[in-house]
Design a protein around this ligand. Structure first.
Ligand SMILES: [Zn+2]
Length: 348
């Protein structure tokens, strides 16, 4: 069941937002223990089928691997990089796309529209192609040529829009040929990204902090939801959620005048799920940190020296980690999760 976070109205099936304009959240009920609910016969995302709002007969043809974790001790702090960029289309977005595709199949939807700065578009194009679903993708004209070429290779119908990310969003919303499935609103997308928390729990147990690049909040909210499930089922501890934003695009903390150019994937000044994110920050005793291009560029270099080739938006979380480390924010021995969200190979 989908429930509106503004007026409480409920819906069944595939829906992007409430009639009142509020955002929707999927509400599911399950009983048992986390371990008991695992589908241990699978070593991929299907391990978590009992936690996902989808029917097995409509599973996408492509599946998702469990992404590895790389641990490093940095000045006494245990840092765990989760290599989300090793997903099939090179970013964590595949998690949200996976559940969304299953719902589209269940509803018999064959033509869809999405706006994206790149990663969500590539993810949808890859999955849609394998299902024969026609995808209209709205992207900013300044999107990198590499990403554009990839989208065409994946047979998406690309609509380039001159203007800001918000203008791209408006154009896609008013387009009438495909069902609009923006991941900014789509409640099923978050059902997919929450599987990150389950994997982390199976791999390294409880963590103290999660530093997450946060624009529209799809990963931030998914992780938080997954951790809340683990708390309910296992008594696991919810980490302090640190939302990392690009300077000039802060939606959860004070907005800077200077504008980050590098954090393009999270350059979303007015995210529809802002209230929900603020609630998660408060409930988890978290914080919002913003980083600028100089710190991001430095973080990219350091990550490369560790063998981690990620795109600039992903490096924001490590840049924030370095900042907080210098501030003395973390105690020695603390466990810090840093999901590395997108591949550096796509920004070439
Ligand atoms: Zn409503």
């Amino acid at each position: 069941m989908l429930k509106c976070l503004r007026c409480g109205r409920t819906y069944e099936g595939f829906k992007i937002m409430c009639e009142c304009g509020g955002v929707l959240e999927y509400i599911g009920e399950r009983e048992g223990s986390f371990k008991g609910l695992l589908r241990e016969e699978f070593l991929d995302v299907r391990r978590y089928l009992s936690f996902l709002p989808l029917k097995e007969e409509f599973l996408p043809k492509l599946t998702l691997p469990i992404t590895p974790i790389l641990g490093r001790k940095i000045e006494g702090v245990n840092v765990f990089f989760k290599l989300e960029y090793l997903m099939p289309s090179g970013s964590f977005k595949d998690r949200g796309t996976y559940v969304t595709l299953a719902k589209l199949k269940e509803e018999g939807i064959r033509e869809v529209t999405l706006d994206s700065s790149g990663n969500a578009a590539l993810s949808l194009a890859l999955f849609a192609k394998s299902e024969g679903i026609h995808a209209h993708i709205f992207i900013p004209k300044h999107t990198s040529e590499g990403k554009k070429r990839l989208l065409k290779l994946l047979e998406a119908e690309v609509h380039e829009v001159e203007g800001s990310r918000m203008e791209v969003h408006e154009r896609a919303r008013s387009f009438r040929e495909g069902i609009y499935i923006s991941h900014w609103y789509n409640p099923y997308f978050i059902e997919g990204t929450k599987t990150t928390a389950y994997e982390v729990y199976e791999q390294i147990g409880n963590v103290d902090y999660a530093l997450v690049p946060t624009g529209s909040g799809t990963l931030f909210l998914g992780l938080y939801k997954g951790f809340k499930d683990l708390e309910a089922l296992e008594g696991a501890r919810i980490p302090r959620m640190i939302a990392v934003q690009g300077r000039g695009y802060e939606s959860l903390c004070k907005r800077s005048k200077e504008k980050s150019r590098l954090a393009e994937g999270i350059a979303i000044p007015e995210p529809p799920r802002r209230e929900q994110m603020l609630k998660a920050l408060k409930e988890s005793n978290g914080a919002c940190v913003s980083v600028g291009d100089e710190e991001i560029a430095e973080a990219i270099k350091e990550l490369i020296s560790m063998g981690l080739l990620v795109e600039p938006t992903s490096a924001t979380a490590y840049a924030a980690f370095k900042f907080l480390l210098e501030e003395g924010y973390f105690e020695k021995g603390t466990k810090v999760l840093i999901p590395l969200t997108g591949s550096g190979l796509k920004s070439v």
